[in-house]
Design a protein around this ligand. Structure first.
Ligand code: NAD
Ligand code: ZN
Length: 247
């Protein structure tokens, strides 16, 4: 019953919202079957993912890190976008929608979202460790890092590793959209990872409505206008139906 009270209040707020920005994290892909970094992961149980996902680890043992990414690529290829991703994509028929995601799995694109900014890159993209070459890897995953066609150095996943910064042009775009939305909906992000956790504050500064979809509290829960303590698959189709009922 209580849930419907929240939905009704949300309805009044969202009526006037023209541009909606979603900020998504690992939690939205959890119900597609992709674990967060902290989950136990069979083969890789004895390794610390925080250490594998770093430039230092790749320098120390490029093959090990590359194989770990191959495993993650295979897992991602075996799963599908879930009704949470799909609801965000469907909202495009009703509102201007931008997705800022910390995820590297490409599931928002898979669901049909057109305006997606991948803050941390994409697991199927590669870049040279030395020159500017960029590539893609999709169909076959060699068990060692491929060599750059231009300079012969190792290619690495084109993702933002621990200790690295978000690309400047990507970050600028994220700020521009956060500062021009009417509502920001934050889904499955622990908001513990800087600087992505500052984006809701840019939105709050321009008085956008802040909505969080997360079964757990986050460090920014107190800043939210609405905290929906549900999973993405549970809450997002309901939020979509609010917009559908407004048209
Ligand atoms: P996180 O793992 O730090 O936090 C996940 C959050 O999602 C938590 O607050 C949790 O309460 C919430 N959550 C869990 N299940 C949920 C559900 N079903 N619906 C809604 N919320 C749910 O994730 P983060 O904030 O994205 O930061 C972790 C970093 O790890 C990111 O930078 C990301 O690049 C990387 N990562 C990405 C993937 C991916 O691409 N799918 C997977 C693992 C890690
Ligand atoms: Zn090169």
């Amino acid at each position: 019953m209580r849930e419907y009270t929240v939905i009704d209040t949300l309805k009044d707020t969202l009526k006037r919202a023209e541009k909606i920005v979603f900020l998504t994290g690992a939690g939205i892909s959890q119900e597609s079957g992709i674990g967060t970094f902290r989950g136990n992961d069979g083969l890789w149980e004895k390794y610390d993912p925080m250490k594998l996902a770093s430039a230092q680890a790749f320098r120390d043992d490029p093959r090990l890190v590359w194989r770990w990414y191959n495993d993650r690529r295979r897992k991602i290829m075996a799963v599908k976008p879930n009704p949470g991703h799909m609801a965000i994509a469907s909202l495009q028929s009703h509102r201007q929608v931008w997705v800022l995601t910390q995820n590297i799995d490409g599931l928002h694109h898979g669901a049909g979202s057109r305006e997606v900014i991948e803050l941390h890159g994409n697991i199927f993209a590669t870049k040279c460790t030395t020159c500017d070459f960029k590539g893609k890897i999709r169909d076959e995953f060699p068990d060692r890092p491929p060599s750059c066609k231009i300079c012969g150095s190792n290619l690495r996943p084109d993702v933002v590793w621990f200790g690295e910064g978000i690309k400047r042009e990507v970050w600028n775009q994220a700020i521009i959209h956060s500062m021009s939305c009417d509502a920001m909906i934050i889904v499955g992000a622990s908001l513990a990872v800087s600087p992505a956790n500052t984006l809701p504050l840019y939105a709050k500064n321009i008085k956008a409505t802040l909505i969080e979809v997360n079964p757990e509290n986050t460090p920014l829960s107190n800043e939210m206008d609405f905290s929906i303590r549900k999973t993405a698959v549970d809450a997002l189709p309901k939020i979509l139906s609010i917009f559908e009922s407004l048209n």
